[in-house]
Design a protein around this ligand. Structure first.
Ligand code: PGA
Length: 256
């Protein structure tokens, strides 16, 4: 069985001190027994990664830390960028790649997503690879083929061993930060298609063991319906991950 994952994408929210406080709140609120049943990841802004890790280490809380972006080169003249070795040096375990906000606003392409995924796997950081369609693509009726093509491009050149460390997040762009969640059945349809794409690319074992998260306005009010779907193994959560009680509730539902 796939172990559920709840990952909080804090985006460009929380300054350093607020990030430390929120991490400590999660340590205090999230039930330890739930952390045996669910992999929980928080992804603060880069400047707060080490601060969050220090809080979690000190508190001995089994919550992992992820970055929101990375460059595929190890070092060099890339002003403003952060590399995989820099993440591993401070103990970062996961990294979000290809979020739609980065694709839309920072010129991330299928090609750079693939380079980043490979660099992360080489450096032993686990990628959370985001895919998802816009409203116009959904209205055209081509959401399934669009998302499967994104998966195909992001994971090109990977093998079964790599895939043991990859998580996919399906995030319909029209549901991100809009309060408009995909219906559980809509999310399930695409997540099942993603699993089918993994089956074509890597075979049954990888398809059945890879976690597929749903992201897009997931919150306590809608998490149960989404988590009840067969091919949804957790969530990538923006807004609700900034409220410790809400994030705690999402983890509780995933742990059931
Ligand atoms: P949201 O963001 O939960 O605020 O919709 C999700 C995401 O973009 O990862």
């Amino acid at each position: 069985m796939r172990k559920p994952m709840m990952a909080g994408n804090w985006k460009m929210n929380m300054n350093y001190h607020e990030a430390v406080v929120l991490t400590q709140e999660l340590c205090n609120r999230v039930k330890r027994k739930d952390l045996d049943k669910v992999d929980v990841v928080i992804c603060p802004p880069a400047i707060s990664l080490r601060g969050a890790l220090t809080v979690l280490d000190f508190d001995k809380t089994k919550i992992s830390v992820g970055a929101q972006n990375v460059h595929w080169e190890d070092h060099g003249a890339f002003t403003g960028e952060i590399s995989v070795p820099m993440l591993t040096d401070i103990g970062v375990e996961y990294c979000i790649v290809g979020h739609s906000e980065r694709r839309e606003m920072f010129a991330e392409t299928d090609e750079t997503v693939n380079l980043k995924v490979k660099a992360l796997l080489d450096g032993k950081v686990k990628p959370i690879v985001c895919v998802g369609e816009s409203l116009s693509i959904r209205d055209e009726g081509s959401a399934v083929s669009y998302v499967c093509a994104q998966v195909n491009a992001a994971l090109a050149g990977l093998d079964d061993i790599d895939m043991a460390n990859v998580t996919i997040a399906y995030e319909p762009i029209w549901a991100i930060g809009t309060g408009r969640t995909a219906l559980p059945e809509q999310a399930q349809e695409i997540c099942a298609a993603i699993r089918g794409q993994l089956r074509t690319m890597f075979g049954d074992e990888v398809a059945d063991s890879t976690r597929i998260l749903y992201g897009g306005s997931m919150k306590p009010a809608n998490v149960e319906g989404l988590m009840a779907m067969e091919d949804i193994d957790g969530g990538l959560i923006g807004g609700a991950s900034l409220i410790s009680n809400d994030f705690k509730e999402l983890i509780e539902v995933a742990a059931r």
